[in-house]
Design a protein around this ligand. Structure first.
Ligand code: NAG
Ligand code: NAG
Ligand code: NAG
Ligand code: NAG
Ligand code: NAG
Length: 275
């Protein structure tokens, strides 16, 4: 079992880089001024100290920026507020919990629930709750008898109802045009720079399910994000805020994840591959 898991992890890492939104860079980690400017919706640059620091939540005017400060802030009613806990967010009738704060994904009885209260797919017995439930391991699907973790886009299509979850997959059509299958998106399917910067969502695990993409300005195409190939211009910008340039200047730096943990994981996987 363990070795299958290791192989699966290896394959994932060889083919694509996934971002970990639990480990978004905090402003103080953006030591390269250009990165701090790229994060200017949620961070400020201190010109005297040459440091990047958090904006107060009340000075953040965009949802995407407020969400990047999910440890401190949450978004509701078009404003960014100080975060205290998942159950103490304003506008309790708004059930779009993961659009208020990354760490409060599920709505239940007029409250958003923290990650501690999220169920696993296999513990869900009601098909209506199961389908598309956001568990920490990933999206759930009802297979007729039980609630299981979704593995592929085509699984939804083959499941009698011929559905296709649009957030993650697209319908494949023949010439007729009839829907004939459900396929996962690739970076090359993102046709604008801003779509490309969002990356590709996969089924799971929650918040660690974004395949990185970056915009190649020479060819005007969206390609897969490969951290060691990124330079100071595109490292932070296309990482959903999870990688940064680890130098104060352009030349001698590398594109590295903000969390030590993520770096260790990659190293340990490399070691596993070598063994
Ligand atoms: C930013 O992240 C670093 C590394 O994870 C951590 O040591 C530091 O305390 C964080 N700073 C703030 C203000 O959260
Ligand atoms: C929000 O938090 C900041 C920093 O902790 C604090 O200075 C400010 O007074 C708080 N604002 C409100 C409305 O509670
Ligand atoms: C999968 O099929 C089962 C049985 O046909 C059905 O109850 C369930 O709703 C389907 N799930 C999806 C996501 O379409
Ligand atoms: C996505 O890209 C693949 C190949 O790169 C292509 O075959 C497919 O038609 C594209 N899908 C959409 C919805 O653009
Ligand atoms: C940064 O990298 C991208 C692609 O990897 C490349 O198109 C761009 O020219 C590079 N920019 C600089 C300043 O090196």
């Amino acid at each position: 079992m363990m070795s299958i898991l290791t192989i699966a992890l290896c394959i994932t890492f060889i083919t694509s880089t996934t971002f970990d939104l639990y480990q978004i860079c905090n402003c103080s980690q953006l030591i390269f001024q250009y990165d701090c400017f790229s994060a200017s919706l949620q961070c400020n640059w201190d010109y005297d100290k040459k440091e990047c620091y958090d904006k107060p939540c009340s000075d953040i005017y965009y949802q995407s920026a407020c969400l990047k400060q999910s440890k401190n802030c949450y978004w509701t009613q078009n404003s960014c507020f100080n975060f205290t806990s998942c159950s103490h967010m304003l506008d309790s009738m708004n059930n779009n919990c993961k659009e208020k704060n990354y760490y409060c994904p599920q709505y239940y009885q007029t409250q958003c629930l923290s990650l501690d209260y999220i169920q696993t797919c296999s513990s869900i017995t009601d098909p209506n709750i199961c389908n598309y439930y956001q568990s920490l391991q990933g999206i759930c699907i009802w297979n007729g008898q039980s609630c299981t973790l979704a593995q592929s886009c085509t699984q939804f299509f083959n499941n009698r109802s011929s559905s296709c979850p649009q957030e993650y997959c697209y319908y494949l059509q023949d010439e007729s045009p009839h829907y004939i299958d459900c396929f996962p998106y690739k970076c090359s399917n993102q046709t604008t720079q801003s779509q490309c910067a969002q990356g590709i969502q996969t089924f799971g695990p929650y918040l660690q399910n974004i395949i990185g993409c970056y915009w190649n300005p020479q060819q005007n195409i969206c390609q897969e994000y490969v951290p060691y190939q990124m330079n100071y211009t595109n490292c932070y910008l296309y990482s959903r805020g999870t990688y940064h340039w680890n130098s104060k200047n352009e030349e001698n730096g590398d594109c590295v994840p903000c969390s030590q943990f993520q770096e260790l994981l990659i190293i340990s996987i490399f070691i596993t591959i070598l063994i």
